[in-house]
Design a protein around this ligand. Structure first.
Ligand code: PBG
Length: 325
């Protein structure tokens, strides 16, 4: 300090010094790739609002899973798009439902090489597109939905899911799922709770990918309201009290403050979901030449890890893993 001011530039002067002093590091094992598998298609279907992301066939999913394992990422989060939808989302827990068949195949192919996570929700499976069953008045009915989630959790565990990840934001969902799993002798199957999941405009491209847009109303009576922060801590505490093994914040980039507060508050692994709209935003800007795509990808992932997330669910998982090699 002989100059009377700190020379912060000293430690920034070479790439090697910057690498040595980097406080946050990314590694492929931090990433989970969300994947979509659709019943009744012969070829993968491109998702226009998510360039580079597809709805998989069972076969193309198996190939993608091998590539993901090869790239060294941590796991997959599976979403299924059934051929038939009904009011209660029957295909979510049918043994021959698309996501359960996919889980069986991936488990047979890969064993324990990748963590296979099953997103547990009904919105892809219901004809009305809500995350639970609805009353005749069109209200998403919390407690009857819990019975459906319990059945889906057992079906997914039976199919080979390593982790059950409830994303429907029903009250009591973690307790209902824990009880169901324990009762079916899946006491060792962990629950990753989408604990602080906001009613976000950034899910729009996902609704094209998963074909689960609500046919009436929106999700703001069950997902969290964006202005709220303390409530996220309450949701997280509640899910942990109900038996969650790990928690998630979603979306990621617009909610870095929430990630930090949650990470500071808990002693369990914290994930963050970099959602479809976050992906689309960077891809769209990059397509115009307005941002450097790879740089933006790694910067957003670094920011999410720096905020306190240990694991990042990202559609760039495999690509980012390769960029880090
Ligand atoms: C379903 C679900 C959604 C996402 C993950 N699980 C959509 C929603 O809640 O409307 C969004 C993921 C993304 O946008 O990438 N409950």
């Amino acid at each position: 300090m002989s100059d009377g001011f700190a020379r912060g530039r000293r430690l920034r002067s070479t790439p090697a010094l910057r690498r040595l002093t980097a406080q946050t590091r990314l590694s492929p094992a931090d990433f989970v790739l969300p994947v979509f598998v659709k019943q009744g298609i012969d070829e993968p279907v491109a998702i226009s609002s998510m360039p580079g992301v597809v709805q998989h066939t069972l076969d193309s999913l198996r190939k993608a899973a091998h590539e993901a394992a090869e790239a060294g990422i941590g796991g997959l989060m599976l979403f299924g798009i059934p051929g038939d939808k009904d009011a209660v989302g029957s295909q979510a827990d049918a043994a021959d439902g698309i996501v359960n068949v996919a889980l069986q195949q991936l488990k047979a192919d890969l064993g324990d090489e990748l963590v296979l996570m099953a997103d547990l929700c009904l919105c892809e499976y219901t004809d009305h597109g809500h995350c639970g069953v609805v009353t005749p008045a069109g209200v998403v009915d919390n407690d009857p939905t819990l019975d459906r989630y319990a059945a889906v959790a057992i079906a997914q565990a039976q199919a080979g899911a390593h982790v059950i990840a409830p994303s429907g934001m029903m009250d009591g969902q973690v307790a209902a799922i824990r009880t169901a799993l324990d009762g079916a002798a899946y006491t060792e199957t962990p629950i990753l709770a989408y604990a602080a999941k906001y009613a976000s405009g950034f899910y729009a491209p996902f609704r094209e990918a998963a074909e689960g847009a609500p046919q009436f109303g929106d999700r703001s009576t069950y997902q969290m309201d964006p202005p709220n922060a303390d409530e996220a801590l309450r949701e997280v505490a509640q899910d942990l009290a109900e038996g969650a093994d790990a928690v998630m914040v979603k979306p990621a980039l617009p909610y870095l403050d929430i990630i930090t507060r949650v990470a500071d508050a808990v002693q369990v692994p914290v994930s963050a979901y970099q959602v479809s709209g976050e992906y689309a935003m960077v891809e769209a800007a990059a397509a115009h030449g307005w941002v450097d795509r790879e740089r933006a990808i790694l910067e957003t992932l670094t920011a999410i890890r720096r905020a306190g997330a240990g694991t990042v669910l990202t559609y760039w998982a495999v690509e980012a893993a390769r960029l880090l090699r």
